[in-house]
Design a binder for this molecule. Sequence first.
Ligand SMILES: Cc1cc2nc3c(=O)[nH]c(=O)nc-3n(C[C@H](O)[C@H](O)[C@H](O)COP(=O)(O)OP(=O)(O)OC[C@H]3O[C@@H](n4cnc5c(N)ncnc54)[C@H](O)[C@@H]3O)c2cc1C
Length: 393
Amino acid sequence: MDEIFIQNEEQRAILDSVRRFVEEEVTPRAAELDAQLDPEDSFSWEIVEAADAFGLRTMSLSEEYGGMDTDMLTTAMVIEELARGDLGISVVFAQTLKIGKHMERVLNAEQRARTLIPFRDDPRAILSICGTEPENGSNGIVGYPAPYTTRAVKTEGGWIANGMKHFISNSNRSRFFLVHMQTDPDKSMLDGATVFLLERGHPGFTVGRVHDKMGERLANNSELLFTDCFIPDENVVGEANEGHIIRRTFGPSSNIFAACSILGVAVALFEKSLDWAQTRIQGGKRLIEHDGIRAQIAEMKMLIDASRSYTHRAAHLADHPEEGWDPSLGSLPKVMASQAAWQIATWTLEIHGGHGYMKEAGVEKLVRDAGAFLHSDGVNRALLLRAANFIDA
Ligand SMILES: Cc1cc2nc3c(=O)[nH]c(=O)nc-3n(C[C@H](O)[C@H](O)[C@H](O)COP(=O)(O)OP(=O)(O)OC[C@H]3O[C@@H](n4cnc5c(N)ncnc54)[C@H](O)[C@@H]3O)c2cc1C
């Protein structure tokens, strides 16, 4: 981590605890958990509980809800540190930290009392946000006027929901969910969708298939099914048909944290490349002494530093929009960081020669992980299109 971004002793202390947690709890277990054939076996409650024990799980919330009210920049640095240990672990907490903070902002007092207090007190409580469904992925990211196929129809005292979401991070493990559903069938998801608050175990709301992902395996993703699910009016977040407001306020932080997660993988790849280049001897000298390799190592560092600067600028401005927030910052830093990570992954494989292709080197896990954010939190092309909409508004 570039010291320039650490602004005070509190941040330093938080980052030191996170580094210790990664070294003691994540690094020793990551490879074995990643190698499990059943994706559900790759998830570890022990790691979640160990994170809770030093305040990580709730750190972005205010004190009342067990947190430290960490700002975007500090949370961003925490997420990158977690991803240096393992991408999946970083995603479990990036989701929980950003959704928790968002819930504190958008839930009403009664909803906060019945969700954020139990969330604070349950060391295993993690969170999900659910937009994507089989028929709607990029539509929701770019902002095309299509409706969600998951529908909630008004009835006495509430809504009856039917449909399904898929690919949702944490969702077979989460305790609370924010779910986007179409509530006005004559409109699009932009002006006819509502966000509902749900708790695991709600009648008519079940987990479907757990996806078997190629990487990021320490986080689980699954389908969520809604079958004649009655949702009371008290569970509407904000106003009916105004889900777009909730989505708009959530989007920027979501994408910035996604950038931090993939940046951590890029750093892990860089460190592996550097280590190998400093020890492997060919042509009578260490690889790092060959100019081609030397330049490539410098280029990796450049891509990481530039992506981090961009991401941290976005994180700072998200908290201080009056200093010049630009809405493209809610899309472009993730595109840049994920492209950098993918580039660095291929160079890392190449620098390791045949050794990198052997599982024991640990490069292949990082390569699988590096692919995760070319599309998570929006396919890069869809995010470029979303940013273009702000440029050509
Ligand atoms: C690991 C992981 C975690 C995820 N977690 C969550 C989560 O927690 N919550 C959630 O709601 N979703 C989640 N998602 C879903 C993710 O946001 C979607 O997969 C993503 O938005 C892409 O949607 P899609 O898969 O349907 O692809 P599609 O939208 O079908 O895209 C396929 C291709 O078509 C291209 N394309 C689409 N539209 C256009 C266009 N107009 N012009 C040009 N090209 C276009 C895309 O760029 C892409 O290359 C997750 C996905 C993954 C893989």
